[in-house]
Structures are given as C-alpha cells and as structure tokens.
Write a protein that binds this ligand. Structure first.
Ligand code: G
Ligand code: G
Ligand code: NA
Ligand code: MN
Length: 252
C-alpha cells in the first residue's frame, strides 16, 4: 500500500495541511471553525480525507495524524488569539484516538503547552466511539470534559444513532449529518427527521449545528425550525489559514 508510506512521509514533510470551515449562528456570530485535513500528494494531487482517514485508521497511523492535527490546530488558535481573534476550533477525533491510553491527558498537556484555554478546543466524535469499549471511551470523554474540552457529536443520524448513545456521551453539541440537511427543503421526510432531531437535542440541552447547508432556502428552514448554527458552502467552504484569518477579520 503505497499510499500509507506516502501519508507517513507527508506528515513528516508538512504536505498535510489544515483548512478551517466556519460554524455560524443565525445572528451571524461565528460559533467556531472546524479543522479539516487536506493532503496534496506530489504525484496524485489532492487525496480526499475519505480515502486516507480510513487507511490511517486501519494501519495504526491515526494517533500520529490526530497529534499532527491537534498540534497544528492549537498553534493556529494561539496565533489567532495573539491577533485578538478568539474563536474555538473543532478537531475531528476517531474512535481509535479515544481508545488510546492517555489521550485525555495528552490533549490537556498540549493545550497547556500552547497556552490555549480548554474552552477554545472542541473535539468532534461520532457514535462509533462507543462500539469497541464503551467504558473506556466514557472514561476518556469524561477526562476530556473534566479538563474543560467541549465535545461535539458529529454525523448524527447516520450509522448507529440511538438515544442510548446520546444519553451516554458527554457532548454539548450535536451536528446533524448533511445527508439529512441537503434535501431538507425538498424532502418532507428529511425535514421531519431534522425537526425531531432538533427537538430531541434541545430537550437534552444540546446546541445543534446543521452540516452541509448550501442554499438560502435551507438556511431559512433551519432558522424556522430553531436550529442554532449552520456549517456549509452557503457560508464558506473550508479555507486555508490565511484566508480564514481574512474571513474572520472581515466579520470582526
Ligand atoms: O472535508 P471533507 O469532506 O473532505 O472530509 C471528509 C471526511 O474526513 C469527513 O468525514 C471528515 O470528518 C474527515 N476528516 C477531515 N479531517 C479530519 C481529521 O483531521 N481527522 C479525522 N479523524 N477525520 C477528518
Ligand atoms: O464528517 P464530517 O462532518 O467531519 O465532514 C465534513 C465534510 O463535509 C467535509 O468533507 C467538508 O468538506 C464537507 N462539506 C462541508 N460543507 C459542505 C457543503 O455545504 N456541502 C457539501 N456537499 N459538503 C460539505
Ligand atoms: Na466533523
Ligand atoms: Mn459531520
């Protein structure tokens, strides 16, 4: 598998970059930015994360990738804070990470090293974290929230979504998967799923972010349904750091 070796080298040589996509509340406030990895391979060109995240997961490279992403994202948060821009950044973590011994402590140490408050970091997890060893996952997540790190439940509605998971996971935010959001304005069933998810999440005290919002009509419907924030191309695609800085300043 050539791609795995290439990914290892890419992490060492800085070919893997982070782009940042805003999450915006309906009043225009920037709720945060999600860090998304981007890899431009020297010969193949852009390789989709959907392709290499899976490879990283099965090959054991995931902890390295996550360390790299956390390190890069926290350095960026520190840079933004030094410019007077105080915005939380969300990092995706895989079930692998949550099952790595010492993960919560290593995140706390990294925050301290960058002098970034825990409230400026959000970790996006999926329900898959509960599949392997629910007790260990719960302990790690409790450790993270104990340090003040906010947790977000990503891709809600896909896979194994269940009320049990929602109750067990110490999350403060729920992200409705874009497969339900994309056709919200034209599909009555999707609209109903989104409405029920919002009611459920709000009754549990969670902030709800709709992913994949691409047009004004979807934005309006989500607002009418009482959704808290949106993420999607309507607002902005993921941007390289300099562009994200300009975007944040423009909102200033
Ligand atoms: O941004 P994009 O559509 O290309 O992302 C594709 C998938 O890759 C999404 O599921 C996203 O959550 C995942 N992904 C992007 N960046 C990271 C990352 O830094 N870590 C992990 N674990 N997954 C990521
Ligand atoms: O799995 P996760 O939710 O982290 O993945 C986010 C993915 O969704 C990223 O690959 C990102 O590039 C993509 N994305 C973000 N906004 C939009 C959008 O408005 N439309 C579509 N089709 N994809 C989006
Ligand atoms: Na995510
Ligand atoms: Mn998602």
């Amino acid at each position: 598998l050539g791609l795995l070796g290439d990914l290892r080298r890419a992490l060492d040589s800085g070919q893997v970059k982070l782009h940042y996509q805003p999450k915006v509340a309906f009043d225009g406030r920037v709720a945060g930015l999600e860090a998304l990895v981007r890899w431009v391979h020297p010969e193949r060109g852009r390789v989709s994360p959907d392709e290499f995240i899976g490879i990283a997961e099965t090959s054991g490279l995931m902890p390295r990738l996550t360390e790299y992403v956390l390190e890069t994202a926290l350095a960026q948060v520190a840079r933004w804070r030094a410019m007077g821009i105080d915005v939380p950044v969300a990092v995706n973590v895989s079930p692998r990470d949550v099952h790595t011994p010492g993960f919560a402590g290593s995140v706390a140490a990294r925050l301290a090293r960058h002098n970034v408050p825990a409230g400026s970091l959000q970790l996006e997890i999926t329900e898959h974290v509960l599949l392997e060893d629910p007790q260990r996952a719960a302990d790690t997540l409790a450790g993270l929230t104990g340090h003040g790190v906010k947790m977000s439940l990503d891709d809600f509605g896909t896979g194994y979504s269940s009320l049990v998971h929602l109750r067990r996971l110490p999350v403060s935010e729920l992200k409705i998967d874009r497969s339900f959001v994309a056709r919200l304005a034209v599909d009555a069933e999707d609209a109903e799923i989104v409405r029920c998810t919002l009611d459920l999440a709000h009754s549990l005290g969670l902030v709800v972010v709709a992913e994949g919002v691409e047009d004004d009509e979807t934005w309006e419907r989500l607002r009418a349904l009482g959704c808290d924030a949106v993420q999607g191309w309507l607002v902005s695609a993921a941007m390289p750091p300099e562009e994200a800085t300009a975007w944040l300043r423009g909102r200033g």
